[in-house]
Design a protein around this ligand. Structure first.
Ligand code: NI
Length: 174
């Protein structure tokens, strides 16, 4: 297994549309193990999409189980995912490891039904809500080349993350 490098905006590969997965073989599952290890290497990371590591295929992994008191399905690999039903809308703050310097307010469907395949090609259908649904919608956007910037509620809904540097005392001017 390996922790893969994460592409960071404005890498042009993040703007590409990813291709469906056709072969559910051991090479795919090996890649998914690396994708999961890469996700888990990020502090507080709840999802990752294959194009974020430069593999332009429709694969996402989501695991929001670290968040307390929410409904979730644990670790889920969603291949060729589609949202077949959605209801409601909510605005929430999102971050992204490919956009490390910013967070943004994004409107997402509150409830979704997602259809996908697992890493063995088996069909699955899941009802998701709120935070987990948001995470899946965020990761699925990566498959269509969409980033936070493309989904902001308004232009004022983009926020610069405080960098470690900014937390240090400013040097005195000479
Ligand atoms: Ni992201």
């Amino acid at each position: 297994m390996a922790v893969l490098d994460i592409l960071v905006y404005p890498d042009p590969r993040l703007k590409q549309i990813s291709k469906p997965v056709e072969h559910f073989d051991e090479a795919l599952r090996s890649f998914i193990r690396d994708l999961e290890e890469t996700m888990r290497a990020g502090p507080g990371s709840v999802g990752l999409a294959a194009p974020q590591v430069g593999r332009l295929e429709r694969i996402v992994i989501v695991d929001v189980s670290c968040k307390p008191k929410i409904k979730h399905h644990g670790r889920r690999v969603l291949i060729n995912p589609e949202i077949s039903w959605r209801k409601g809308s909510a605005v929430g703050r999102e971050g992204c490891r490919s956009v490390p310097d910013y967070t943004g307010n994004v409107a997402r469907s509150k409830f979704i039904t997602v259809r996908a395949q697992d890493e063995f090609g088996r069909a699955l259908e899941l009802q998701m809500e709120r935070y987990e649904a948001r995470a899946v919608q965020h990761e699925m956007d990566h498959l269509d080349g969409l980033l936070l910037f493309d989904r902001l509620v308004s232009r004022r809904d983009l926020f610069r993350r405080q960098s470690q540097e900014a937390l240090l005392p400013k040097p005195k001017p000479l």
